[in-house]
Design a protein around this ligand. Structure first.
Ligand code: GAP
Length: 515
């Protein structure tokens, strides 16, 4: 746990030092749980967005994009259920005066029991070596089974209490499990209360309820209210999807863990409209496809796992998370939800407008069912950064920090480095840069020794460093250094584009995705 915390700390300071993420309005001591993306962070974020958009919209002829407004008619949120039901159950510790999400306290407790199980399995592996059968061990070891049963019992009680909005039941579970406040160490808890997560503000100059509007807590509702606009204007046939990337806002009480849980964040959401009764087929389809999208980045397949929701949101008949092993453990990265026809039906009812599709094959109109995929852009950013960040000791005993960011997402694809600042090398380097920057973002750097410059590029995740030396002037060749292996190769300038594109082009990554 300590090591994980340190890793997150290292990541936060590295992200700040190299211009990826800054605390927001830092000169005024920052604003809690709000962050700004710096010059390199903005590039990485844009590249993640592009990867998602291309995979979702460009590769699917039946998915189109949308960019809807953050402000929406307030009735939208009444219809969607957010005004009445978008709540978190909160509990305060009377000694530390700290406020927690009751369900998060319980989930953290469950995670601790899970870690005990994993430790037991690790011990087994050490004891039995290659002959160790982990699956059988999990199915038979008494300690593992006892802890597994504990988890199931807690989950069952938690699910039932949350579903029935039994807040006293949630509190009792916290008391029974003897959960203590991480700060005061005491079990002196208040009752559990519901707290609405939407930010509200006022439209125009009139005060009062009539003019209260909300900052959207999810981008999905902008898609639902435009369902017919897009379907009609785009002549879309079911099944089809609408994709959107945009800001969302939630007044998170327990905002923590860097950019993992923020009050202002970005979502990449896609609503897939299907025939009623076919939603489970599409739910499975999107689970598979979204997993592939993540794994295609090569961050390590063992870093992902599914978590089926115990407490379904008010709109869902099935839901799961793709969880990622962040520095603070496995946590939700993406949600996949079968939202039934809840949202469209609610908007029909509240607006008095029909939101139906005439299916020519069935010769019938219906309100489509919806399967949603929703991934947090900032959490994707953290996932990429945390997998990429590595501290290495090299053969000569020196150390380097390297960001092994997937090449296609790296802020700069290459650095162009003249060996020295004279003899025409800078001019030649700029010539190469002018050629490469038509296709890729590249950086020119002539300051400090070549070794220092390599380290700087390693630290910001640039996959290729191209060095221009005196031989370049004679035969138009350069050395190209690979960030991960640190091997150097001499190649012709004319081959550079090919070498870079083989690792860093969208074509390469997208063709891997569909293969
Ligand atoms: N439209 C469905 C929806 O909003 P959600 O599970 O509440 O579902 C989807 O959110 C995703 O948005 C999450 O999986 C997470 O990646 C991201 N997300 C949610 N709250 C967040 C927060 N406070 N900070 C950063 N990302 C957040």
């Amino acid at each position: 746990m300590e090591a994980q915390k340190d890793r997150l700390k290292d990541l936060i300071s590295h992200a700040k030092e190299y211009g990826f993420v800054f605390p927001s309005s830092e000169i005024y001591d920052g604003l809690a749980a709000t962050y700004d993306y710096g010059q390199l962070g903005a590039e990485l974020k844009n590249n993640i967005k592009t990867y998602w958009w291309k995979a979702m919209v460009q590769l699917h002829e039946n998915i189109v994009g949308l960019d809807s407004a953050i402000f929406m008619h307030p009735t939208t949120w009444k219809a969607s259920g957010h005004v009445d039901a978008f709540n978190d159950p909160l509990i305060d510790n009377k000694d530390s005066k700290k406020r927690y999400r009751a369900d998060v306290l319980l989930e953290d407790h469950i995670e601790k029991i899970r870690q005990k199980i994993e430790k037991e399995v690790e011990k087994g592996l050490k004891r039995f070596g290659d002959a160790f059968d982990a699956a059988q061990f999990r199915a038979t070891n008494p300690n593992v089974l006892r802890n597994q049963e504990k988890i199931e019992q807690i989950e069952e009680r938690m699910k039932s209490a949350l579903e029935q909005n039994d807040l006293e039941g949630v509190r009792q579970l916290i008391i029974d499990l003897e959960i203590v406040c991480p700060i005061s160490g005491s079990k002196n808890w208040t009752e559990v209360r519901q707290f609405n997560l939407m930010f509200s503000t006022e439209l125009g100059s009139v005060a009062g309820d009539a003019s209260t509007i909300y900052l959207r807590p999810e981008t999905a509702q902008g898609i639902f209210v435009n369902f017919l606009n897009v379907q009609k204007s785009g002549r879309m046939k079911i099944p089809f999807g609408i994709a959107q990337i945009g800001k969302a806002f939630r007044n998170e009480i327990v905002a923590r863990q860097f950019i993992f849980r923020m009050r202002e964040f970005e979502q990449m959401e896609m609503q897939f409209f299907v025939r009623p009764g076919e939603e489970m087929k599409w739910y499975d389809y999107w689970k598979t496809l979204r997993t592939k999208w993540h794994q295609n980045l090569g961050l390590g397949n063992e870093r992902y796992r599914f978590h089926d929701h115990l407490k379904l949101a008010h709109y869902a008949n099935a839901a799961c998370d793709i969880e990622y092993n962040f520095p603070m453990g496995f946590k939700e990265l993406e949600g996949i939800h079968s939202r039934t026809d809840f949202d469209l039906k609610q908007h029909e009812q509240f607006s008095g407008k029909k939101l139906q599709f005439f299916d020519p094959e069935m010769n019938q109109s219906y309100v489509p069912y919806v399967v949603e995929t929703s991934v947090g852009l900032d959490r994707m950013f953290l996932a990429v950064l945390s997998a990429a960040y590595q501290e290495e000791t090299l053969e000569d005993g020196s150390e380097r920090v390297v960001l092994k960011i997937p090449a296609v997402l790296a802020p700069y694809k290459a650095a162009i480095l003249p060996l020295i600042k004279k003899d025409g090398l800078p001019e030649k380097a700029r010539e190469i840069m002018a050629q490469l920057q038509l296709e890729y973002s590249v950086q020119y750097d002539e300051k400090d020794s070549i070794g220092k410059r390599y380290r700087r590029q390693d630290a910001i995740g640039t996959p290729f460093s191209i060095t221009v030396d005196h031989q370049t002037l004679e035969d138009n060749t350069v050395t190209i250094r690979d960030r991960d292996t640190m091997t150097q190769e001499r190649i012709a300038i004319s081959a550079l584009e090919h070498v870079i594109s083989d690792k860093a082009s969208w074509k390469r990554v997208l063709s891997d995705l569909i293969s």
